[in-house]
Design a protein. Structure first.
Lengths: 219, 219
DNA sequence: GCCTGATTCAAACATCCGTTTGAATTAAAT
DNA sequence: ATTTAATTCAAACGGATGTTTGAATCAGGC
């Protein structure tokens, strides 16, 4: 096997281009030109562009989600009867996702891609992501609830939503940090990124719930 | 003026459709069909699709950014020599942006749109946004630094980044909250959304900075 | 060798895209 | 009423898109 498989060469190239420009902005012809394969090969191996998108995401996301659940299960086993500590739950959620940035076979491209997906409004893509996350979401939602006793479910949901936004933005736009602020970003240093993200979101989850603003308050 | 201006009808329709499906996924023909105007009218009034996108964003964002700066200046004047409190800074940043959700002339469409823009990788769009924010970013960045004495600039930058992600995700995907968790979302109740967002992000900004993980740590 | 199924290939398909054109229409000014 | 400018309109432009086709090439089993 001197040269890589056609199928995986399509997947690799598509992943890289999708991450750079987005799904809509990259055409199949862009992909096949860069991958040096025939146009029809895409439909032969995947069936459609939509299916290719799903394949690109699923190839990486499935092992990541598996690792997430395994780490959470391990943490739960180690915690015994006590709930897993909030920071540990977040670590199980973030680390497998950010770790691929340091994987030389993957690189930072997929991170940007997966972050972008969380903001995509394409109905098919959303449905696909929901199906990929159908184990992860309830498991981690329950773990967060357990780690935050006394916090109303509605508040936990909102704060999970905020956390997802911070995570997605960090995944796909971490390079903007340099542009806006001058602070450097090193994709190999994913551990410090995750540590900062955990610091921020854990404190956000634990924040005191301030009372609703009274309608009669002075402007 | 029984029927609205062609130009504003294009803007309104484009805003609604862009918010629903994204900039790339909406064609000019989708817009003119829904707005019931001629195709060439878009180029006559705006010049190009790119320019239309900028016009749609700028129309709403310019007043919002003006209001943000005005509120921040007011808060600074009231605080005198002391720095403006963190929660107040965040309120000046969030409130003008989320308030348009309750404006019957605007509705929740623009919120989704502006949240989406923050995640868009289009180079022209990013340049345009940078130019629209060239006053807001340094002003609020300085206010955050002042409200967080003792926090290293690098940490403030990272946490601003997390905050931007939480904000953007809330703006454009708040409706997903219902889908994922069942928690209801009422666009009229933007005040409680902002209050929750402030609670979360303010606590995140104030979080204790945990030390970097030692490389020799056990796996 | 030959056959069979899997894969690659160039070419074409129909459709959609943003943009341009030039004439028709409307509104305002003289 | 006539001239002038602003606006609308149908039609076409060149090019890009995802997808399909049918023949050519390759692989491995008999």
């Amino acid at each position: 096997m001197v040269k890589t498989d056609t199928k995986t060469r399509i997947l690799d190239t598509a992943e890289r281009l999708f991450a750079q420009k987005g799904f809509d902005a990259v055409s199949l012809r862009n992909i096949i030109a860069s991958a040096k394969v025939n146009l029809a090969a895409v439909h032969y191996h995947f069936g459609s562009k939509q299916a290719l998108v799903h394949a690109v995401i699923g190839r990486r996301l499935r092992p990541i989600n598996g690792e997430r659940l395994a780490k959470l299960a391990e943490a739960r086993a180690k915690a015994g009867r006590r709930p897993v500590k909030l920071e540990r739950v977040l670590e199980c959620l973030f680390l497998p996702l950010f770790r691929v940035q340091a994987d030389p076979k993957v690189g930072p491209a997929f991170s940007r891609l997966i972050g972008r997906v969380l903001f995509d409004r394409n109905a098919n893509l959303q449905k696909f992501m929901m199906s990929e996350l159908d184990e992860v979401i309830p498991q981690f939602s329950a773990a967060l609830d357990a780690a935050l006793p006394g916090l109303a479910k509605e508040e936990t949901d909102w704060r999970s939503h905020f956390m997802a936004g911070a995570m997605a933005h960090t995944l796909c736009n971490a390079d903007l940090l340099a542009k806006f602020t001058g602070t450097q970003f090193d994709p190999r240093g994913y551990e410090s990124t995750v540590r900062r993200l955990i610091d921020f979101t854990a404190a956000g989850f634990r924040a005191k719930v301030s009372p609703p603003t009274r309608p009669g308050k002075k402007k």
